[in-house]
Write a protein that binds this ligand. Sequence first.
Ligand SMILES: [Zn+2]
Length: 334
Amino acid sequence: MTNLNSPIFQSEDAAREHLEAQRWPDGAVCPHCGCVGDKHVTPIKGARARPSAAHPEGKERKGLYQCNGCRRQFTVTVGTVFERSKVPLHKWLLATYLLTSSKKGMSAHQLHRTIGVTYKTAWFMFHRIREAMKEDTSSSGPLGGEGKTVEADETYYGQVDNPRKTRTDGTPFKRSKRGRGPANKRAVVSLVERGGSVRSFHVKHATKASVREILVKNASRKSKLYTDESKLYTETGKEFAKHRTVHHASGEYVRGDVHSNTIENYFSVFKRGMRGIYQHCGEAHLQRYLTEFDFRYNRRSKLGFTDDDRHNELLKMIAGKRLTYRRPDQASFA
Ligand SMILES: [Zn+2]
């Protein structure tokens, strides 16, 4: 069990060695050309950065490697969401540990106070970490499969940023027929495989078409699909091995093993976290928060993951993400 006093959260060297061990179990890998192994990659000792006021002789650059294939140099953070950051690596690891182990998430204010960086930096760090939390769904394949059950449901969280009270022609938006999901609320569609993973999507509007696209892209049609009575799933449900529904409107929540309690429970953790920790989430960021809650759910302790496992999994996922936040001063805050 990692203690918050662990050297990897106190010393930059220990943090770097820990990150190298997670990312490079078989030796340093060149991020430029993929060379790996002692023959191809050589550690560079005693390298120094350009002199600066704080370090007139140039700060020592530890953890630097030379690739003999492409002749370029690199460290363990090149090509990752930690790249080009002035925040020392042990603070990155602590931020990562805190976010991956806090059940309901953690606010940037809390991180700012806990690790001693500015609020702006803390905000930016957490969004980069959420970037790393994106699952590689192309390699994990669709949810469900033969004999497996996938629950699908939609929920609404917060107001859209610029709610138009009326359509451009002046007629008011209608509330949905189900009495939930008014037009100015942010819609979320989630799928969960029972005993497995969840995938959540912020959609502009939960419609038959948008729900179908999410379902057929992310769940195997050999699965049993369980939903509530919503008409969103009626047509698409026929494409699955089985489609069973419970009738929430008439008070029916469980009929044998037919229910959508797994996804409802997921939504309730998400909403409690969002209300408690992330009160003011800009709509543009909603998908990032969903990604964060998905990441933790998919590595929950029930599946055998410890806080350390979850942290180390994330450290393996920090490379190859599309970085939308290059620098904090270019990011928009919410
Ligand atoms: Zn190389």
